[in-house]
Each structure stands twice: as C-alpha cells, then as structure tokens.
Design a binder for this molecule. Structure first.
Ligand code: ATP
Ligand code: MG
Length: 254
C-alpha cells in the first residue's frame, strides 16, 4: 500500500534517515522499532508531509506523496497519531475527534445556505461517528470535557479515536501506549487488534516489545537512520544485529 524507496533525511547535514526502503503491505500491521533517535518519528513525519525528505521516494498506492503537503496526504486516507500529543486543549473531546473528519464536512458556504437541513443531518451523522469512535476507546462519557483537562492516558486515546474515526486506509501510530499503565496498554492493544482484524493497514512505532511481538505481522528495525532488519516478529527477535543494536542497548540501559 505504501512504498518507501531510498528515503533519506538530513538535519543540518546530519543524517537522521539514510536510504530507508521498505513496504507497508495492505491489511497488515507493520511495526517499526529501534532505539531512541533511530529516526522512527522522522520517518512518520516524512510520510505525512510534516517534513520534506532530502532524497528518495514515497509512494502511496500509485501516487508519489513525498512532495505533497500534510492536508493533501491526509485527504488521500493516511491518518496518524503524534508521539507528543497534539490535541486542541480548549476544544471538547468530541470536537477534537471531529477534526479527524474535516475532509468529510460541508463543501461550501453556498451549499450551507441552500442545503441547511441536509447539512444538519450530515453534522448529526458525523457526531454520531465521533461518539462511536470515542466509545471504542472507553471515552464516550467524557465527550463534552475540554480535552486539556484529561489525564495523559485518556489524551492518548483521544488521539487514537481521532486517527481512526475517518476510517483511513493507512494509520500511522507513533508510540500509542507510551506512558500508559498495563491495563490501559492492554485495552489499546485490544483495539489495535480489532482494527487489524477489520482489515486496516497500520504502521506501529512502539518500544513496548511485548505489544509489538504479539500484534505485528511484520517488524522493521531502524538503527541510526538505517534499516538493519525486517521480517516476522520471530525472525527479528532472533536476528543478532537487532539484539546488539536494540535489545543489547536496552539491557545496558537497564
Ligand atoms: N527537527 C529536527 N531538527 C534536528 N534534528 C532532528 C529533528 N527531529 C529529529 N532530529 C534528530 O533526528 C534523529 C532521529 O530522531 P527521531 O525523533 O526520528 O527518533 P525516534 O526513532 O523517533 O526516537 P524516539 O524513540 O526517542 O522517539 C535524532 O538524532 C534527532 O535528534
Ligand atoms: Mg520518536
């Protein structure tokens, strides 16, 4: 569904990504793992038009997207969550989730003037969908709270509701369970599993290896901006390069 070909990204001459190439196959959950600073978030930012690649190509279905702005990429059906939460704190939880449906809102002012009943109906149905998305993540009872007052774990789940409400073709998740407790992690894992079984295509960036190993169809490993391994969770777990680059350092840190 999405293909990265030799994607490189430099920041002030320093490479954050070097020649990264891999595919995200349709209907599968691909996990992207690697130590801190490996380039995982940078890659998501390149795929969503937040950052411009220095070189290389990114193709979504038949469309080259590496030069498109974020709103056009979103309109193509690629949604994401952010590692550092990006909610509108003064808007309600429901309105935050509705921003995930902006592409499907009213078309024009003229239309709004002449087709008011239709638009009211449309608005109601969008709200209903946003409420359903909140319900999936156990947040329907907080729909009218300002997002800013929510606990951290709830904010993470509002982001997930917003990213999934529009039924995007591809969902990019940047550490969706970071900072969540075991119970919250299990609940989010279950939702991701449901999305996967419903045929959604996902890229999951995550440090929680237990979640990655149980949920991923394929794992891609980045280290210092380079793709050092890819394969099934089992293959990657046994790969000595991965053990050294990733698990080895984790042990050293622990
Ligand atoms: N806007 C930026 N300007 C300069 N350097 C950046 C910028 N964004 C990221 N970097 C650098 O690029 C490298 C990759 O960072 P990135 O945030 O993509 O890593 P990551 O794999 O997501 O790490 P983490 O697991 O900690 O989230 C790091 O060395 C980082 O310091
Ligand atoms: Mg990151």
């Amino acid at each position: 569904m999405l293909r990265l070909e030799n994607v490189s990204k430099n920041f002030g001459g320093l490479p954050a990504l070097s020649d990264v190439s891999f595919d995200i196959p349709q209907g599968k959950l691909t996990a992207l793992i690697g130590p801190n600073g490996a380039g995982k978030s940078t890659l998501i930012n390149c795929m969503t038009g937040v950052l411009q690649t220095t070189s290389g190509r990114i193709r979504f279905r038949d469309i080259q997207i590496e030069t498109l702005p974020p709103h056009q990429i979103a309109r193509l059906g690629i949604a994401r969550t952010f590692q550092n939460l990006k909610l509108f704190p003064r808007l309600t939880v429901l309105d935050n989730v509705l921003t995930g449906l902006t592409c499907e809102g009213g078309k024009s002012l003229v239309m709004a003037m002449f087709r008011l009943p239709y638009l009211r109906h449309r608005e109601r149905s969008l709200k209903l969908r946003a409420l359903e998305a909140l319900d999936r993540f156990g947040l329907a009872d907080k729909a009218n709270w300002p997002a800013g007052v929510l606990a951290y774990g709830d904010k993470k789940r509002v982001e997930l509701a917003r990213a999934t409400v529009g039924k995007p073709e591809l969902i990019l998740l940047d550490e969706p369970v970071a900072g969540l407790n075991a119970e919250e992690t299990a609940a989010v894992g279950e939702q991701l599993n449901l999305l996967r079984r419903a045929g959604h295509t996902m890229l999951l960036v995550e440090h929680d290896m237990e979640l990655v190993m149980t949920i991923a169809d394929r794992v891609v490993v980045l280290d210092s901006g380079r793709c050092i391994a890819m394969g099934s969770p089992e293959e990657v777990r046994r790969n000595p390069l991965v053990l050294e680059a990733y698990l080895g350092r984790t042990e050293a840190v622990a």
